[in-house]
Design a protein around this ligand. Structure first.
Ligand SMILES: Nc1ncnc2c1ncn2[C@@H]1O[C@H](COP(=O)(O)OP(=O)(O)OP(=O)(O)O)[C@@H](O)[C@H]1O
Length: 307
């Protein structure tokens, strides 16, 4: 089997609440695979089942051909896990966070030290090796958590919301490191509610909503399938955008009315803007942009990804 992760009808229930509602997933070796969806979609619950820390309620799940119900420890030894919240040991130095963790995997002391040095280099924290964890910035802590996930040279790295809470510069640095990892052939599985993160990093992704998969494909294929080439965002200075939506009827393939703006889905943005002017509408602001995964999500669910 060529799928490193294979799920069929995977379900996670908490009491009578269904967090993951029968999903099918196949992750191939060497790809970066994403779970994209809003808060509460069931992404973390899925990741925890894949990480063998939360047993599936129902369905089939195989990781590296093994069954998490039976082979949890064996699978975990081959996974790297970067949780949503950094859980670094604040008693230890940056370097010790890596070398001590390596010891948990039974890696000999000398090798662990060497590995820690290499990983510090990889995440650009060599200079901070002797520092305690506390004074590090959010981005540095996240990079250290990623380095720690790599200590056992995992076949699959699981990253739950890898850049949530980071500033743009720190996010780009994390993306760049993750891209490098992918180039090295490591299989990445990540959750995110940032469409730009999904577009940047993922070869393939599933869009999740309320425990279900609503679409699957590469970012480009999803955008092609569910959106138009361009989007015109119009903001009208008024209490409600609704009356303007009526006046835009028939313009473009589709139209979405949000509380603060109207989105026109079109092939040619500039032509659509000219037509808006022709209809004597005077929006307070106009923006023409390319379609994104945000538009895909909006089309599929009628809601925006980040409220
Ligand atoms: N241990 C639990 N007990 C009860 N309900 C839970 C538990 N864990 C998660 N849930 C619920 O399951 C749903 C899905 O949660 P999950 O964390 O998987 O979503 P998510 O897509 O990862 O969102 P987030 O980005 O907020 O983590 C949520 O409604 C959550 O409240």
């Amino acid at each position: 089997m060529d799928s490193l992760i294979h799920a069929r009808g995977l379900v996670k229930r908490f009491g009578d609440f269904t967090a993951v509602d029968g999903i099918d997933v196949d992750v191939r070796r060497g790809e970066a695979f994403g779970f994209l969806g809003p808060n509460g979609a069931g992404k973390s619950s899925t990741m925890r089942m894949i990480g063998c820390v939360s047993p599936p309620t129902d369905g089939v799940l195989r990781i590296l051909g093994l069954d998490p119900r039976r082979d949890g420890p064996k699978i975990r030894a081959k996974l790297g896990v970067c949780p949503q919240l950094d859980n670094l040991d604040i008693e230890l130095t940056v370097r010790e966070n890596l070398s001590t963790y390596a010891r948990f995997f039974g890696i000999p002391r000398k090798v662990a030290r060497q590995r820690a040095a290499e990983l510090l280099e990889f995440v650009q924290l060599t200079e901070r090796g002797d520092s305690k964890v506390e004074p590090l910035s959010g981005g540095m802590k996240r990079r250290l958590t990623i380095a720690r996930a790599l200590v056992n040279e995992p076949e699959i790295v699981l990253l739950d919301e890898p850049t949530t809470g980071l500033d743009p510069q720190a996010r780009h640095l994390v993306w760049e490191r993750l891209f490098r990892l992918k180039q090295q052939g490591v299989t990445l599985v990540l959750t995110t509610h940032y469409m730009d993160e999904a577009e940047q990093l993922c070869d393939r992704l599933v869009v999740m909503d309320a425990g279900r998969i609503v679409a699957e494909g590469s970012p480009r294929a999803l955008i092609e399938q569910y959106s138009t080439r361009e989007v015109v965002e119009l903001r009208f200075a008024a209490e409600s955008q609704e009356p303007y939506a009526e006046k835009l009827a028939g313009l473009g393939e589709r139209l979405e009315v949000l509380p603060d703006r109207i989105l026109l889905y079109v092939t040619d943005g500039d032509a659509a803007v000219a037509e808006v002017q022709h209809r004597s509408l005077a929006p307070a602001s106009v923006l023409v942009r390319r379609s994104s995964l945000e538009d895909v999500f909006l089309h599929l669910t009628g809601r925006t990804l980040v409220d």
